[in-house]
Design a protein around this ligand. Structure first.
Ligand SMILES: Nc1ncnc2c1ncn2[C@@H]1O[C@H](COP(=O)(O)OP(=O)(O)OP(=O)(O)O)[C@@H](O)[C@H]1O
Ligand SMILES: [Mg+2]
Length: 235
């Protein structure tokens, strides 16, 4: 049985799409999980567009083409499905039981029609938060909404955690976390702010270099998710 997870937030620009691409990379290449990314952020569909762009670049660049051929040896990269909110539950249904994890990227504007129906299909919510007060307040309000409004109506809801993304080198997360009531489940790990996460590591085709410092840090964060999510990874 697949687990459907979503990096989701009521706030735009907190890194939902970036984190989806970065963690899909580690789940697929390093954890060996069978995944599909469903990109429901219509009409941007930036994950699907990124894949298309990377494939076109690969076709043009002999070095990348060679790397691709060695890496995939006739197989296909993990699938990325472009859709919209209304059709997303059907896309999820099509992939259930075909993969270990379905990652759903949803728009930042959450007052869209049909969104509630989509939220009812998600098993595990992960809410990225930036360090600023407004981001934190809206994330916590959303967490409460998920527990109060979605969970009672859902047969799929399993869990929900918050975590910090885009954390600058100098930060005071321990102090911030200490002030947050324990009822709100925060992951102890976070994702740093780093230019590699915006550019080179945001690839849908090639493994993130885990030997490099920023790759290793991301891997460490992903391992925390491995503990939370792994029990179902057995298709
Ligand atoms: N950890 C990070 N380090 C550096 N840059 C980051 C990080 N996370 C996100 N960003 C940058 O922040 C910006 C917003 O990220 P992204 O588009 O992933 O957010 P989003 O929540 O999906 O936005 P939207 O609500 O528009 O869908 C992008 O420029 C992205 O590169
Ligand atoms: Mg996005």
């Amino acid at each position: 049985m697949s687990k459907t997870i979503s990096f989701i937030s009521p706030k735009g620009g907190v890194g939902k799409t970036t984190v989806t691409i970065l963690l899909a990379n580690i789940f697929y290449f390093y954890f060996g999980w069978k995944i599909v990314v469903i990109d429901a952020d219509f009409p941007q569909n930036s994950v699907a567009k990124r894949r298309k762009k990377e494939l076109a670049e690969m076709e043009e660049n002999p070095r990348l083409k060679k790397l691709y051929d060695i890496l995939y040896a006739g197989r296909a990269p993990y699938p990325i499905i472009a859709t919209n909110i209304a059709s997303c539950p059907n896309r999820i249904a099509e992939w259930k039981d075909k993969v270990d994890f379905i990652l759903v990227d949803i728009t930042g504007t959450l007052n869209k029609p049909n969104l509630f129906d989509l939220l009812l299909e998600i098993n595990h919510f992960l809410i990225p938060v930036r360090q600023d007060e407004f981001s934190l307040i809206s994330a916590i309000e959303f967490y409460v909404t998920l527990y109060k409004n979605v969970r009672p109506e859902s047969t799929c809801f399993q869990d929900c955690q918050l975590f910090f993304n885009h954390v600058p080198h100098k930060h005071n997360l321990p102090a911030i976390l200490a002030d947050i009531p324990k009822q709100f489940k925060f992951l102890s790990g976070h994702i740093a702010q780093h230019s590699a996460y915006e550019h080179t590591y945001r690839t849908t085709l090639y493994p993130i270099p885990k030997g490099k410092k920023e790759g290793a840090k991301l891997f460490e964060f992903a391992q925390q998710l491995h503990h939370l999510l792994a029990p179902v990874a057995a298709v």
